[in-house]
Design a protein around this ligand. Sequence first.
Ligand code: FES
Ligand code: FES
Length: 188
Amino acid sequence: MPPDEPTESPQRHPRAATPSLAQLSLRVNGTAHALELDTRTTLLDALREALQLTGTKKGCDHGQCGACTVLVEGRRIYSCLTLAVMHDGEEVTTIEGLGSAEAPHPMQAAFVKHDGYQCGYCTPGQICSAVAVLAEIEAGIPSHVSEDLDAPRRTNEEIRERMSGNICRCGAYANILDAINDVAERAA
Ligand code: FES
Ligand code: FES
């Protein structure tokens, strides 16, 4: 039997512990930011830690809950599952960029009106996702449960499926659905 391989200590690979930095620019909520980040930084951590935009929440950090959903180039994305350097030069919209307390986005106002939350932790991700869901239906992008792939419709079943990547531990799903339908009907 050959002797066991010696355990390698970190000291033998000093470069492994040295972060690799990258310069990038992100346009977040209409403002350009020049950043220097460890290349391993997720978009979520860049938003929360580097830009102090803490409206975007870290729930699982593993792509399982949707709390970190933001819009990148108009499409919703889990910001915990993507690296900031992958979005150099791109436009990011977070919950702070959709609206404010004084001038809320229609989806934010509808969530308040329909009580689409309890603790609120999932809510920024829910709202970003809901805004994108209506845009996806408008653009004719089918969902997994669309009966007609050429003409997806705004049915409750479709909205539930499209929103299924956003988990709410408080179980506010019925009210979230009402809020999304309210916004869609007002826009029709
Ligand atoms: Fe990103 Fe849960 S924090 S999916
Ligand atoms: Fe509490 Fe959704 S409102 S997790």
